[in-house]
Write a protein that binds this ligand. Structure first.
Ligand code: PLP
Length: 385
């Protein structure tokens, strides 16, 4: 038992199950409304799963679009050979307009300074740039009110090489509650804004508002494109979303794709009454076998798991004792007598019949599965299996 050879000199690594990623995409695709396409959201290093591993698995599963947050991420995908539809949903500063043109991405737009810069870049290259306008429907993040959207659409029309291809909005709380009245109001605001544009001669062909939760729960929000993130990775947006799906009779088989594993560095026996780790926050109540693990909060193993979380060793749960250190942590293996240095340790994932899910870890750490997997340091090697 040891880490795969690809982990090199690292003491922990993440295994990424590419079949699970492909399976999830195929599953989500089956739930699409007629005429809708699906984008895999691969921002933030594919939610921590390694974008270079994940995008191929999603394309194999039928994704016809990829969404990222930044041009930096878009450049990485182009560099890695992705030539398909690519949508940069986050901020593209005017000074990067030429790069957007060169990378052939869809740009999310919401102000005139962007349009000026993109218009100039498109003119210079004599090549169209396709724009997707962000509509404000209640999240109060990026986005324009309907009157502002109409003004910007008119402004875009002045530039011969700019194409207003789509409109976009984002739900604020569809995954946070089983009461979907706010999301319904957002959907109506989205339709109203699109109607206003249409009445004035603007009919962007690509409307997109659905995220993972809407993708699963509400086919009538799919329009031309669903932007699915968390579900592509086999995780549910929330318990509320899972419950809502069950109530709607939806049977969606999502498979988590990430396993984070390390090894035991050292096992030692400490006497009753010993204090463990920084701050002396844990005191043993009996002679205790402690395993030291070479993983800490620098790696993204949340310090909030101190004295709260568990890891898996030889198919059993071992509780974390004391505080998580920067590069190490300690667990109690008194009840796992066979545990020895070099043993596999599962921080996230399954071993034998036991599982520590991202949701479970997130609950212990006081956060959500989204943050849990994205905070695993990029320096921790990701290995496709
Ligand atoms: C991250 C993000 C998504 C994906 O959200 P999930 O809940 O992971 O599906 C979709 N759209 C935008 C604009 C986003 O920022």
């Amino acid at each position: 038992m040891s880490l795969p050879i690809q982990a090199g000199l690292h003491r922990s690594c993440c295994l990424v199950d590419t079949q699970a990623l492909t399976h999830n995409m195929q599953t989500l695709k089956r739930g699409l409304a007629p005429g809708a396409q699906i984008a895999a959201v691969v921002k933030s290093n594919a939610y921590g799963h390694d974008v270079r591993i994940a995008w191929r698995a999603f394309v194999e599963g039928g994704a016809t679009w990829l969404c990222v947050d930044s041009l930096h991420e878009a450049a990485d995908l182009r560099d890695d050979g992705y030539t398909g539809n690519l949508f940069v949903m986050g901020h593209v500063p005017p000074m990067h307009a030429r790069t957007a043109q060169r990378l052939d991405v869809r740009v999310m737009v919401y102000d005139k300074a962007q349009i000026d810069a993109l218009g100039a870049a498109a003119n210079d290259a004599s090549t169209p740039i396709r724009l997707i306008m962000k509509l404000e429907t209640g999240t109060q993040r990026q986005g324009l009110r309907p009157d502002e959207a109409l003004q910007l659409a008119r402004y875009i029309a002045r530039f011969p090489y700019l194409v207003l291809e789509g409109t976009c909005s984002h739900f604020a709380n569809i995954e946070d509650t089983t009461d979907h009245s706010f999301a319904q109001a957002q959907l109506k605001a989205f339709q109203d804004a699109n109607d206003l544009l249409a009445q004035n001669g603007f009919r962007p062909a690509l409307r997109t508002i659905a995220n993972s939760a809407a993708g699963i729960l509400w086919p009538h929000t799919h329009f031309e494109l669903v932007r699915a993130g968390i579900t592509c990775y086999g995780m549910w947006p929330s318990t509320e979303c899972y419950v809502s799906a069950k109530l709607l009779g939806k049977d969606v088989d999502l498979r988590p794709a990430l396993t984070w594993k390390t090894i035991i560095a050292q096992v030692k026996t400490v006497a009753t009454g010993s204090l463990i780790g920084y701050g002396c926050t844990y005191q043993t109540t009996h002679d205790t076998r402690i395993a030291v693990l070479p993983v800490g909060y620098y790696d993204g193993y949340d310090r909030a798991l101190s004295n709260l979380g568990y890891v898996l060793i030889r198919g059993h749960r071992a509780p974390i004792r004391g505080r998580i250190c920067m590069n190490m942590c300690m667990v109690d293996v008194t009840d796992i007598p066979d545990a020895t240095a070099g043993d596999d340790v599962i921080l996230l994932g399954s071993q034998d019949r036991e599982t520590i899910s991202a949701e479970q870890l997130a609950a212990w750490a006081g956060t959500i599965n989204y943050e849990l997997t994205t905070q695993i340091q990029t320096s921790v090697p990701r290995i496709a299996v």
